[in-house]
Design a protein around this ligand. Structure first.
Ligand code: FE2
Length: 341
């Protein structure tokens, strides 16, 4: 993996062994759902700048929340990081977070991307989009999520399992926007249009379009960015003809999910957690996340890199997180009812 915009780090790398020996207690443990190489690079930069060691425990949302709950006040977790707004909302509901007090964070992150009572904030924005092949399909054929459920798309849609939180949060948002009955009809229509039973992750769906097994993939935009910028030339070539549609631009806008973070209720060092959050929402880290992981900055002062500019501006559908949260259970039930595996 090549990193961009991080050349400023190079002078520090030679003395990285010094940063590996911070003062006793100067460390923070993250419980993180994120699994991207740029995160490790940013943590290394934070360690080098502050002497605060960052330790990362990865897991899915259910695992991390359960660990926090079971460990209680003995938990080593300083910060919880999720890839889904529903997961951070649930952590707050279950009493696993504490309010964050930082005027820096309030200035960096707009209120629409923060919990109203300060329990968490967004790190990045992640639109869920449609990916198609320019040679086989025109973007006008894909105006909306609703299109995926129409007869014209029978046997042509690639999308991952409903066990995935990105799909659950999208359907929860649709319930909030168009009502449960319409959302159920939509999910049933998409199931009827599957190119094949859901397998794999978002990358797998994009590859299915590239291979001609499907004509449209419903995925988070950054996965196309990652494939288009992959180290291996063969991967870049495979996806060279693919492009993005931001659906529902004529209506409510494209569904945007959030990667978010909150300070664990029993964080051993909330002050260190705040420092790491201030770093991750600062302009350098936000620019690196956008440039390398093709996520949209939560800090509006950070300009979009060329890659995101090339996809163009779009109208976002950003619901109040409580709206997503309260429809999550219904979304899971609807998926089961329509037999979306
Ligand atoms: Fe992801």
């Amino acid at each position: 993996m090549r990193f961009r915009l991080l050349t400023a780090l190079l002078p520090f790398l030679a003395c990285a062994h010094l940063a590996a020996q911070p003062a006793a207690g100067q460390g923070i443990t993250l419980y993180s759902q994120r699994h991207y190489p740029i995160d490790r690079e940013l943590f290394r930069q934070f360690e080098e700048a502050t002497g605060i060691a960052v330790r990362v425990e990865q897991g899915d949302a259910a695992q991390l929340l359960q660990r926090l709950e079971e460990e209680g006040e003995h938990s080593p977790a300083g910060l919880l990081v999720t890839v889904d707004v529903g997961a951070i909302w649930e952590a707050r509901q279950r009493g696993l977070l504490q309010p964050i007090d930082s005027s820096v964070l309030k200035a960096s992150i707009p209120s629409a991307l923060r919990d109203a009572e300060g329990y968490w904030l967004a790190l990045t924005k992640r639109p869920r989009v449609l990916v198609y092949d320019r040679e086989r399909t025109s973007p006008e054929e894909l105006p909306s999520y609703e299109t995926l459920a129409t007869p014209a798309w029978r046997g042509r849609v690639a999308v991952r399992s409903s066990a995935n939180s990105y799909n659950q949060t999208l359907l929860a948002a649709m319930i909030a926007r168009i009502g449960e009955q319409e959302a159920r009809n939509w999910a049933a229509g998409v199931v009827a249009n599957f190119a094949r039973p859901p397998i794999g992750n978002d990358r797998t769906q994009i590859r299915a379009v590239a291979d001609g097994q499907a004509d449209v993939a419903l995925v988070n935009a950054y996965y196309l960015g990652l494939l288009q910028n992959a180290d291996q030339a063969s991967v870049r070539e495979q996806v060279a003809n693919l492009a993005i549609v931001f659906p529902n631009q004529a209506g409510r806008g494209t569904h945007v999910n959030l990667s978010a973070a909150g300070i664990a209720k029993h964080s051993p060092h909330p002050d260190l957690a705040v420092r790491l959050l201030e770093f991750l929402t600062g302009e350098a880290a936000q620019a690196a996340l956008a440039e390398n992981n093709h996520e949209y900055p939560a800090n509006p002062r950070v300009p979009w890199p060329e890659g995101l500019k090339a996809w163009g501006p779009f109208k976002e559908d950003l619901l109040p997180p409580a709206e997503i949260g309260r429809h999550r259970e219904s979304a899971r039930r609807l998926f089961e009812e329509v037999a979306w595996p």
